[in-house]
Design a protein around this ligand. Structure first.
Ligand SMILES: [Fe+2]
Ligand SMILES: [Fe+2]
Length: 195
């Protein structure tokens, strides 16, 4: 079989779905390569900063690594702005969805909310509420998200910071994304699909 015969999903046979499943798992083996390419593509996105979005991402991950963060959080820092190109108004949620099957629930939560938490630094200049994040102040991961933003994200627009190349983070990325997706022992049993 090189193609299924059905034209509507409801007409597919078991054999056809097993065939498709095999193709899908082969395709998914290229996920990390596609993530690496997506990171490289960040080199030419938002302008006006002193560093590219790729350098910002690498610098955020480097600061996390230097801070002694675990591999989940380093990967979260590396990928936290990946959604910029396709979801400019909710990139945090897009990036969180990409890492969600593979990292601790806390890291997904941090990445999911980092855009809103970062508003503390600039929203007042646009006449918006910089303290919007206060509505999460009773959440167990509230302070972790504050720390991520303060130490890694908002700090990583410095062209003089010794930022390693993407290749430095490739082994970490491959290790984290080689985990079985949605393993409750990794993402947490109570980790909600809806954040
Ligand atoms: Fe962001
Ligand atoms: Fe960022």
């Amino acid at each position: 079989m090189h193609q299924v015969a059905f034209r509507q999903m409801k007409d597919g046979t078991r054999e056809e779905y097993l065939f498709l499943e095999k193709l899908e798992s082969e395709f998914n083996e290229g996920l990390v390569d596609r993530l690496l390419q997506a990171l490289k593509d960040l080199e030419n996105t938002l302008s006006g900063y002193q560093v590219s979005r790729l350098e910002h991402s690498l610098q955020s991950a480097a600061r996390a690594e230097a801070d002694g963060a675990d591999e989940d959080l380093i990967v979260g820092a590396l990928l936290h702005d990946l959604g910029d190109e396709l979801a400019p108004y909710n990139h945090s949620q897009l990036a969180a969805s990409i890492i969600r099957p593979y990292v601790r629930g806390e890291v997904t939560w941090i990445v999911h909310h980092h855009g809103l938490f970062q508003k503390i630094y600039y929203a007042h200049f646009y006449g918006e509420d910089p303290n919007e994040r206060d509505r999460f102040k009773d959440h167990p991961w509230y302070q972790s998200c504050i720390d991520f933003c303060e130490r890694y994200d908002q700090a990583s627009f410095d062209p003089d910071y010794p930022t390693p190349p993407l290749e430095h983070f490739e082994p970490i990325l491959r290790r984290v994304f080689s985990r079985p997706p949605f393993d409750p022992n990794v993402i947490g049993k109570e980790h909600p699909l809806e954040l």
